[in-house]
Write a protein that binds this ligand. Structure first.
Ligand code: G3P
Length: 223
């Protein structure tokens, strides 16, 4: 059960990485643009913080450019590098080559089980189904997680173990985090604001409030 942060905000990653509960970070061109930073500077700073797994997206439409850039990033940043490619013929062709060289690949923009099957066959370390964006298009993102998980599980039981991990992405609420894990995701990547909300429950606050008051009363009795 791994938790990744879906952000290029290095300060926020630093803050939440201190919890000891963060297993990795995913970035994408939109998140990098939002940060206003140079992508490789972001990766470098995330490495310094101690992030173990950073998804770095490559933007091109040519398989060999994906491969070249993937090799270069892996060479530069070492084992923390996960190369992110889209689920396209060029992206999956590159995925196969990089995976054969033992470079971790995250196949992103997954919207169907068929895409997750192809990505797994291409040797992807992760597939990233976009739960929120599937929901935006009137079918269920969480059902997609379940379907991919069922397929991988069944194939693993019947034939060879499927090593591709399901990385549930495009998460917009805490309920989707729990449900993703319930439906078989290995990893959930989420905005820092959602991670923060995972701690919260109104009954925890209420219980804490009562304990605090009772503890103060105990201290008064001790005096
Ligand atoms: O990392 C990609 C994904 O999480 C994007 O999320 O909210 O832009 O659909 P969103």
């Amino acid at each position: 059960m791994k938790i990744f942060l879906d952000t290029a905000d290095v300060d926020l990653v630093g803050k939440y990485h201190e919890t000891g509960l963060i297993d990795g970070v995913t970035t994408n061109p939109t998140l990098i643009k939002k940060s206003g930073r140079d992508p490789e500077q972001v990766y470098k700073e995330l490495t310094i913080i101690g992030v173990d797994d950073i998804s770095m997206e490559i933007v091109t439409d040519d398989y060999y450019e994906f491969v070249k850039e993937g090799r270069r990033l892996r060479e530069k940043f070492g084992d923390i590098t996960t190369i992110k490619v889209p689920c396209t013929p060029q992206g999956l062709r590159a995925c196969k080559i990089l995976a054969d060289e033992e470079i971790r690949v995250n196949v992103t923009l997954i919207f169907s089980a068929a895409q997750a099957i192809l990505a797994s066959k291409a040797g992807a370390a992760y597939v990233s189904p976009f739960v929120g964006r599937v929901d935006d298009n009137s079918f269920s993102g969480l059902d997609l997680i379940k379907q991919i998980s069922d397929i991988y599980e069944k194939q693993s039981a019947l034939y060879n173990p499927v090593s591709t991990q399901i990385l549930s992405a495009s998460i917009r609420d805490v309920g989707s985090v729990s449900a993703s894990f319930e439906y078989g995701a290995n990893v959930v990547t989420m905005p820092p604001s959602i991670f923060e909300k995972m701690y919260n429950h109104v009954l925890t606050d209420k219980g804490l409030d009562l304990f605090q008051k009772d503890w103060e009363a105990v201290n008064v009795l001790k005096i």
